[in-house]
Write a protein that binds this ligand. Structure first.
Ligand code: NAG
Ligand code: NAG
Length: 888
């Protein structure tokens, strides 16, 4: 029996978690010399399966390989999988002739002793080694008796991070022999809905793969399957070697209609945040570039090349400067300069002339850069709403000036003072990467290794693209106090376009009904607060309907993130604090069975009395989460009377003194824009555009018209807000931000505040004294006649001037009316009367309208005196006087 050949196999998984990077997950099987088809050196690998299940970005991968020893003597079989450095192995089992040897996660020290003992006894031991840029190689070999079968099963998990607008999962495939059953099956479940999904193999065009590759997605589910037949695996029709050799990549993204998504399962929550459509915050970038002697040759050429490309992508609002360092420090300009076309031209000429020289003085170079940014800020030389970034590239260790890493870190930390992030790029291997990483992490940035290769320039550009578009700065995610425990990182200096902020935690009270989160940040023009509210009962209901995924994924996702962050914090901590962080990370790694840098997987022979025929089961019970539901933060309009227009445009003017209201309709052709409010003193204007029903009704007496678009402008502030039934667009000068009616967000800026309550209403306030509410009326999408429309409510107008005019605005100042001679009309419920208003005698009819200002779904009835003929006699002039050519 093969199992007799060893009693303890220890897999010391050496490096678990490395700097963040594109996740890659590869797979490879080693076998030697080809003898017969499908059998190499006596070993037939007859099946290889990679099963991936991705739920809410959390990927759970199981790689299973089965082999049989067809030789007449014992043979060694190797199992070799390349997985992303960012992944944690969570399980490994070996099954030889039906006997399963399960893996256990142990503290590294404990495991190491067993490992050393196993090695000293000549036993087989597995190992994980760094392999390539993003990968780690897991290797294990076992001796298999003649005629015996062996099954290897490796499980690993990781949180897919969003880079440049998508999630990417790499599987490296390199079987080196033809395999009867070769299969990749990936199931993706995303509660927000999948917006794109693709799968590609680097080793062959998708056309040639034909029926072997299928990919599909619909709603919340995506599926990729790759099952090449033996024939399709051949590198040529008569060949016995495999064509499969390279990367198999799955990429996807989720719907972004809503900026955030919250999922809660079994008391654990995860909150994803990735708003779209915001303008880019201008940035002030200082590039601190190593030009020491070791950079000579290709490295400096590639750096020049990358910087030239980066300069092409700079936006005119950005400010920049270059600092070159070797033994001494030189700068391109004394201070930061704006990225005008002329300056960029000059910068390119400067970059082309960068040459290597001398030693490496990291300390002085960084301090110069930091001081330059601090000074530009203090002296208001850069725009107020800009953000700063410092990017350092080096290929070696500090060897002149202050060269003690701890001292440099201290100096840099004190100089930056948490104000902006530092990114460190380590070029090549000849450097102290831990130092660069720890320094970047403690200054809210991160480090990247740039591999010395022909694409180093592309790696540099790729890094820059990730940080080139900050959309929000000083992002803070807040939950109600005393409701949340064990929160992962919830503040970020920047949110970059194409990325995603992920926060996870535990609910203190599992029985709570509502979950609320606010994300606050500074945008290019506004301060924003995104509010997300979830109804837990509804989510639970959706969970029950969903029977697709493995059970405790949110808890595991939380554990993964927490461990990752504890390890990161540990890298920048010292002494007792470091020990404490390490201890916490170790506890969690053991509890959740994660192979991290602190733990190892140990595979031991089961005791004779244990069940020896354990067979791998599909992971846990299925469970899932629903998309979060956001609720209206109820807006309570003040008890004072107000003015509004809603429905088939019905204008309602409440008259405080009378405790009564007047109403009128305006009937105009679809497309017409009407002036609702115009105040020459405050500069405020509100216009509305009329839409009709889906079916054109030429009879103006019976046709229905509504407001489909509203334009609110404040000329003094150079601010415009366009509201349609689809989206809300804010312009501030030339900068534009777009929100959807699916957002719950508050935008504030210079006294203006805009709050969107998902699918319900929107509140716009100009300081203290002007507040409008816009109500979204949604009808059934497939309704044959009606379509979505808007209502407009003026709930506070006391700061608007007496010169205010417009269909609603003219009533903002006190006015009086008299009603008498109430008499029955043709409709007994709607008596007629005579009204005297603005010196006109009018026949009016008692009627009622709905007021949706308090609740967008259930209107309250408001009684009013209806003025006929487009408000003739009530409004100043005639209604066509209020037609304007455009929304703004
Ligand atoms: C870490 O420190 C905190 C207090 O600072 C303490 O409550 C906790 O028990 C410590 N954790 C470990 C694992 O030592
Ligand atoms: C590891 O995998 C084996 C085989 O699939 C399974 O029986 C066992 O429960 C797994 N262990 C853990 C901790 O998931």
């Amino acid at each position: 029996m093969a199992s007799a050949l060893w009693s303890c196999l220890v897999l010391a998984l050496l490096s678990g978690l490395a700097a963040s990077g594109i996740p890659r997950s590869p797979f490879r099987l080693l076998a030697k010399r080809s003898l017969a088809e499908g059998v190499v050196d006596g070993i037939e690998i007859y099946s290889t399966k990679i099963i991936s299940k991705v739920t809410s970005r959390f990927a759970h991968n199981v790689v299973t390989t089965r082999a049989v020893n067809r030789a007449e003597k014992a043979k060694e079989v190797s199992f070799d999988v390349e997985l992303p450095k960012t992944a944690f192995i969570t399980n490994f089992t070996l099954t030889i002739d039906g006997v399963t040897y399960p893996g256990n996660v142990k503290e590294k020290e404990v495991a190491k002793k067993q490992y050393e003992k196993a090695v000293s006894q000549g036993k087989t031991a597995g190992l994980v080694k760094a392999s390539g840029r993003k990968l780690e190689k897991f290797t294990v070999s076992v001796n298999v008796a003649a005629g015996s079968k062996v099954t290897f099963e490796l499980t690993y998990e990781e949180l897919l991070k969003r880079h440049k607008g998508k999630y990417e999962m790499y599987l490296k495939i390199q079987p080196k022999q033809l395999i009867k059953h070769f299969e990749i099956e990936a199931d993706i479940f995303e509660p927000q809905g999948i917006s794109m999904l693709d799968a590609e193999a680097s080793f062959i065009t998708n056309d040639l793969l034909g029926s072997a590759l299928t990919k599909s997605f619909s709603g919340k589910k995506g599926h990729v399957s790759f099952k090449p037949s033996l024939e399709q695996q051949r590198s040529c029709p008569t060949c016995t070697d495999s064509l499969l050799n390279g990367d198999f990549t799955i990429t996807y993204d989720v719907n972004r209609e809503s900026p955030a998504n919250v999922q809660i399962v079994n008391g654990y929550f995860v909150h994803f945040f990735a708003p779209q459509g915001l303008p880019v915050v201008p940035k002030n970038v200082v590039f601190v570039i190593d030009v020491s002697g070791s950079m000579a040759g290709r490295k400096i050429e590639q750096t020049r090349d990358a910087l030239l490309k980066i300069l092409e992508d700079m936006k005119e609002d950005d400010y920049l400067n270059f600092i070159l360092f070797s033994g001494d420090v030189t700068t391109w300009k004394e201070n930061l300069v704006q990225a005008t076309p002329e300056n960029l031209q000059e910068a390119k000429a400067f970059v082309r002339n960068i040459n290597d020289r001398g030693m490496t003085n990291i300390n002085d170079a960084l301090l110069r850069g930091i001081n330059m940014l601090n000074k530009a800020w203090e002296e208001h030389k850069v725009p107020e709403k800009s953000t700063s970034i410092i990017i350092m590239l080096t290929d070696g260790d500090a060897n002149t000036g202050e060269s003690r890493p701890e001292k440099i870190q201290e100096n840099v930390r004190n100089a930056i003072g948490g104000k902006f992030p530092l990114y460190n790029l380590g070029f090549g291997n000849n450097l102290n990467y831990n130092f660069l990483e720890s320094m970047a992490l403690e200054n809210h940035g991160f480090a990247r290794r740039i591999y010395e290769d022909s694409d180093a320039n592309l790696q540099l550009q790729g890094f820059y693209e990730e940080v080139a578009n900050p959309l929000l700065t000083e992002v803070e995610v807040e939950y109600p106090e005393n409701a949340i425990l064990d929160l992962t990182q919830n503040n970020y200096q920047h949110y970059y376009d194409g990325s995603e902020i992920v926060v996870a935690g535990r609910l203190l009270d599992e029985d709570m009904n509502r979950f609320k989160a606010d994300v606050k940040g500074h945008g290019a023009i506004n301060d924003l607060t995104f509010t997300e509210e979830v109804d837990l009962k509804e989510m639970e209901k959706a969970l029950k309907e969903q029977d697709y995924i493995f059970g405790d994924y949110i808890e595991r996702l939380w554990a993964y993130l927490t461990i990752e962050q504890l390890l990161e914090k540990g890298k920048k901590a010292h002494g007792e604090e470091k020990e404490n962080l390490t201890a916490q990370a170790l506890d969690l790694s053991l509890k959740y069975h994660f192979v991290t840098p602190l733990t190892s997987m140990v595979v031991t022979k089961p005791e004779d009395n244990e069940d020896q025929t354990a067979i791998a089961d599909k992971p846990g019970e299925a469970r899932s989460a629903s998309p979060s539901t956001a609720y209206l933060t109820n807006y309570q309009p003040p008890q004072t009377p107000y003015y509004y227009v809603d429905g088939d445009p019905h204008f309602i003017i409440q008259v405080t003194e009378k405790d009564d209201a007047i109403c009128f309709n305006i009937d105009e052709d679809p497309g017409t824009v009407l002036r609702l409010i115009q105040d020459p003193v405050t500069g405020l204007t509100v216009n509305g555009q009329i839409i009709g029903d889906k079916k054109v009704n030429p009879d103006s007496k019976t046709r229905k018209t509504y407001f489909g678009k509203l334009g609110i402008a404040n000329a003094q502030m150079d601010l415009r807000i366009e509201v349609t039934t689809e989206k809300i667009t804010l312009w501030n000068g030339d900068s534009q931000s777009t929100f959807s009616w699916l957002d719950t967000v508050t935008v504030t800026q210079d006294g203006v505040s805009v709050t969107i309550n998902r699918k319900k209403n929107m509140i716009v306030s100009f300081g203290d004294g002007v507040t409008f509410v816009i109500v979204l009326h949604q009808v059934w999408k497939k309704h044959p006649v009606h379509r979505d429309f808007l209502g407009f409510y003026v709930v506070d107008s006391h700061q608007m001037s007496v010169q205010t005019h417009g269909l609603l605005g003219q009533f903002f100042h006190p006015f009086d009316f008299q009603v008498f001679d109430v008499h029955p009309s043709s409709d007994p419920t709607k008596p007629d009367a005579t009204m005297v208003v603005k010196n006109h005698w009018l026949t009016v009819t008692r009627g009622s309208q709905k007021d949706y200002g308090k609740d967008a779904s259930i209107g309250t009835k408001v009684f009013c005196w209806f003025v006929h003929n487009n408000g003739e006699g009530l409004i100043d002039g005639v209604h066509t006087d209020y037609i304007v050519p455009s929304l703004f």
